[in-house]
Each structure stands twice: as structure tokens, then as C-alpha cells.
Write a protein that binds this ligand. Structure first.
Ligand code: DX5
Ligand code: ZN
Length: 218
């Protein structure tokens, strides 16, 4: 399991400290939720903050762009130090071109799908993506309830990606209570926001999630 704590639920006045905590506890990726107030109602952070995060950690920065017209910002996020850039299929009329551009910028291209968006949307772009992000909440806010209807989509995404170097990531409403279930579906990358940073002890929360993942391998 790759664990990607979402800083959306971190303490923004102590972002560097919070990131160091989860990375030292074993989290390999840091999930960065970028929201523009247009594609989703909320407004969060931009490339400037990604650049600051880059200066405090060597962890993989998994940038999830919940913005309208993401092509306008790809270069800025790449230059800020993003490792992966994930765009929403719903925001990209020319998805193949957008993913190709992310690759040209030296980043790993990913595609996110809202709970209501079918997997077929990405079926003809598999050769230009490194990651499929399955949203298990409607994007926009941390701390929402996992949408059970999305569960079959995880295994379907794994089947679609079979034989290719594509990771499947799940995002929204994941915590110790349902982590085992999503891992059973074959998910590779798990985003966790409130269940990690909303915990009084984020390091312990990360360790607990790895313990759950480890216990399933035996
Ligand atoms: C939601 C974001 C998520 C969010 C997850 O729009 O994409 O990454 O931070 O937060 P939790 O884990 O609290 O649902
Ligand atoms: Zn996200």
C-alpha cells in the first residue's frame, strides 16, 4: 500500500511539521488537494504552497487538481515540484492531450473520476496515464462519508489497467474502518485526510493504517 495523507485536513499554520510527522511514520506520498471554487465549491491551495512543501520534504507530491481548465496550471505545478499531477476527466475535453502534456513536463499523469463518472471515459487514454484516481466522495471537502456504490469501480479500474503500469488510487472517506475493504478490491494508493490529520496523533494514525495493510498480507 502507498499511503497518501491529504494535507487538506492538516494544520496549515504548521504544515511542514505535520508533513514531517506523517512521512516519518511511513507515508510515501503527500496528497495535495487543489481547488478553485469553480469545478468544486471550495478554494484551497495553489503552486506557491506546493513549492513551499517541496522545500520541506522529499516525499512524492501527489497533486490532485480539482480545477476548471487545468491545462492553464500544469506548468506551474510541475515547476513548483509536483511529482504526480492528476486532473479530473470531467474538466478535460482533450484528455489525451492534457495527459501527454503532463508527461512532457516530467510529471506522472493521473486521471480522477467523480463518483458518477463512468470508467469508460478513460478507456482510450490508458497509454498516457500512470494513475487512475477513483473518487469515493464528491470532491470539494475533507471529512465526507465514503460512498459505498463506488466500491465495484475499484476492481473494474484494476481490470481496465491490467498489464499496464497504472496505479489505482482511492480518495475520500477512508479510515481504519474501511481500509481493509478497499485493499481487498486491489487498490494501490490510499488517500486519507481527516482520518490522519484529524486524529490527535497523526503518526499513530499512519502506523495503524500500515498495520491494517500488513495484517492482510499474512
Ligand atoms: C476531497 C479531496 C480529498 C480529501 C479527502 O475533495 O479530494 O483528498 O482531502 O479527505 P478525507 O479523507 O477526510 O475524506
Ligand atoms: Zn484529493
Amino acid at each position: 500500500m502507498i499511503l497518501a495523507p491529504s494535507i487538506l485536513s492538516a494544520d496549515f499554520t504548521n504544515l511542514g511539521r505535520d508533513i514531517r510527522k506523517v512521512v516519518s511514520a511511513g507515508a510515501q506520498w503527500i496528497h495535495v488537494d487543489v481547488m478553485d471554487g469553480r469545478f468544486v465549491p471550495n478554494i484551497t491551495i495553489g503552486p506557491l504552497v506546493v513549492k513551499s512543501i517541496r522545500s520541506v520534504t522529499g516525499a512524492y507530491l501527489d497533486c490532485h487538481l480539482m480545477v476548471a481548465d487545468p491545462d492553464r496550471y500544469l506548468e506551474a505545478f510541475a515547476q513548483a515540484g509536483a511529482n504526480g499531477i492528476t486532473v479530473h476527466a470531467e474538466t478535460c475535453p482533450h484528455l489525451h492531450r492534457t495527459l501527454t502534456r503532463i508527461r512532457e513536463l516530467g510529471c506522472a499523469p493521473g486521471v480522477a473520476l467523480n463518483p458518477s463518472t463512468p470508467l469508460g471515459t478513460i478507456a482510450y487514454c490508458l497509454d498516457v496515464m500512470d494513475l487512475i484516481l477513483i473518487m469515493s466522495v464528491n470532491p470539494g471537502f475533507g471529512g465526507q462519508t465514503f460512498i459505498d456504490a463506488v466500491v465495484p469501480k475499484i476492481a473494474e479500474a484494476k481490470a481496465l489497467a491490467a498489464g499496464r503500469d497504472i496505479l489505482v488510487e482511492i480518495d475520500g472517506g477512508i479510515g481504519p474502518g474501511n481500509l481493509g475493504m478497499v485493499l481487498d478490491q486491489g487498490v494501490d494508493v490510499v488517500v486519507a485526510g481527516s482520518s490522519v490529520f484529524g486524529s490527535p496523533d497523526p503518526e499513530a494514525a499512519v502506523r495503524e493504517m500500515f498495520a491494517i495493510a500488513d495484517s492482510r498480507r499474512h
